[in-house]
Design a protein around this ligand. Structure first.
Ligand SMILES: O=C(O)CCC(=O)C(=O)O
Ligand SMILES: [Fe+2]
Length: 214
C-alpha cells in the first residue's frame, strides 16, 4: 500500500467517481488520504481496472494481493452477517436464507485503502514514542453507513470507538487480526440492539498508519 500512496497525486487523482468517498480523497496537508475501488469482488474486473489505472505498465503483485484481500473481506463479511442473522433467529439453514447475507456482503463491495500521516515529521522511528505526547486527530468521528465494516491495519494503532455509555476506547488489534465495526444499516436493522459506534483515528508518534477495509 505504501507503493500505492507514494504514486504522484495526479496518478491517484485518476481514481475518480461522481460519488463522494468512491474516489481519491485527501485532507489538507495530506494528513489523511484514501483510495477506493467500487464493486471490488474478484470476478468483477474492477481490481484489474484499478491496478491498470494506477500502474499502466501493470503491477501483478498488487493486483494479486488486492484480489485475494478483497475476496477474503467479502467472505468474512458474509460469515459475520450469517452469524448475526442466525443469532437473531431470522435465518435457518436453507440456501435462500444464506443468500440474504450473501447479498449484503457482495452488493457493491467497496474496497477502501487509507493512509494517515504521522503527527511527528521524522518517519524513521529512531526511538520509542514520547509517552507525554498527546494524540492528534487524523480522522473525524463518524459512523459507517453500511452493515458491517471489516478493517485491517499495519502495526500503527489509532482507531478509537465510542461505547454505548459514551466512553472512547482504543482499538488495539493483535497483528494480523481484523477489526469489525457495525454500521448504521445494522443498527437500524436490529432496531438499535446492535450499537453502531462512532469512531475516529487519533495518532501520535513518527510512523504513518495504513489501513484497508470494506
Ligand atoms: O482506518 C481506520 O481504522 C478507520 C477507517 C474508517 O473509519 C473509515 O474509513 O470509515
Ligand atoms: Fe469508518
Amino acid at each position: 500500500m505504501n507503493q500505492l500512496f507514494n504514486l504522484p497525486p495526479e496518478t491517484k487523482l485518476k481514481n475518480s467517481s461522481l460519488t463522494p468517498y468512491y474516489t481519491y480523497f485527501r485532507t489538507a496537508r495530506t494528513v489523511y488520504e484514501t483510495l477506493a475501488v467500487v464493486n471490488s469482488s474478484p470476478s468483477s474486473g474492477q481490481v484489474l481496472s484499478f491496478t491498470q489505472l494506477m500502474w499502466p505498465h501493470g503491477n501483478q503483485k498488487f493486483y494479486e494481493t488486492m484480489t485475494r484481500m478483497s475476496g477474503k473481506l467479502i467472505e468474512l463479511s458474509k460469515i459475520i452477517l450469517c452469524m448475526l442473522y442466525k443469532s437473531y433467529g431470522v435465518i435457518g439453514r436453507t440456501e435462500l436464507d444464506h443468500s440474504a447475507a450473501d447479498h449484503e456482503a457482495t452488493m457493491d463491495p467497496l474496497f477502501r485503502m487509507m493512509k494517515y500521516s504521522a503527527p511527528l515529521s521524522n518517519n524513521n522511528n529512531d526511538g520509542d514514542d514520547d509517552e507525554d505526547e498527546e494524540p492528534i486527530l487524523r480522522l473525524t468521528p463518524h459512523t459507517d453507513h453500511n452493515f458491517v465494516t471489516v478493517l485491517c491495519q499495519n502495526e500503527v494503532d489509532g482507531l478509537m470507538c465510542k461505547s454505548r455509555d459514551g466512553e472512547w476506547m482504543k482499538v488495539n488489534p493483535s497483528p494480523g487480526s481484523f477489526i469489525v465495526l457495525a454500521g448504521d444499516a445494522l443498527r437500524v436493522w436490529s432496531n438499535g440492539r446492535i450499537h453502531a459506534p462512532l469512531h475516529k483515528v487519533m495518532m501520535k508518534g513518527k510512523k504513518d498508519r495504513l489501513s484497508f477495509g470494506m
